[in-house]
Design a protein around this ligand. Structure first.
Ligand code: AMP
Ligand code: ZN
Length: 139
């Protein structure tokens, strides 16, 4: 692949930064978001480093969507939300904060009032780790 030594998600894939891993395969990697907008918020990334939807290859984005479906189903079974967004952000106005293409698997709850550009609030790491274990069991 083509890791960027300054990219936090490339470092997660390489195991240089810890994460609550949910799943990996030859093209993709999935893990819990540590600033969850809602309980069960997960991220799916291609192994390929590409900043955004414009830069990512067709093969990598296709593989990422397939993994996002798999993770969405496991999150749905585990958290039983009222709804779920698959979401992907590009550029500052869309509040993209990490320049490695990623899809949010974002559970939604009735009246959660979540806006597209939500603020990042650190989650409870013990709770996120415990939930990751339950989601993995539902994969
Ligand atoms: P975006 O705003 O679409 O670029 O989303 C980036 C997401 O990555 C945010 O929801 C962050 O909470 C999340 N994030 C950043 N660093 C980490 C990390 N080390 N582990 C897990 N999630 C992270
Ligand atoms: Zn990267």
């Amino acid at each position: 692949m083509n890791p960027d030594p300054d990219c936090i998600f490339c470092k997660i894939i390489a195991g240089e930064i810890p994460c609550f891993k949910l799943y990996e395969d030859k093209a993709t990697f999935a893990f819990m978001d540590i600033n969850p907008a809602n309980e069960g918020h997960a991220l799916v990334i291609p192994r390929e480093h590409a900043a955004d939807v414009h830069a990512v290859s067709a093969e990598a984005i296709a593989a990422t969507v397939v993994t996002a479906k798999k993770i969405a189903t496991a999150v749905e079974r585990t958290v039983k939300p009222d709804g779920l967004n698959l979401l992907q952000c590009n550029g500052p106005a869309a509040a993209q904060s990490v320049l490695h293409f990623h899809m949010h698997v974002l559970p939604r709850f009735d009246n959660d009032e979540l806006k597209l550009n939500w603020g990042l609030q650190p989650g409870d790491m013990d709770a996120i780790g415990a939930l990751a274990e339950r989601i993995r069991a539902n994969l």
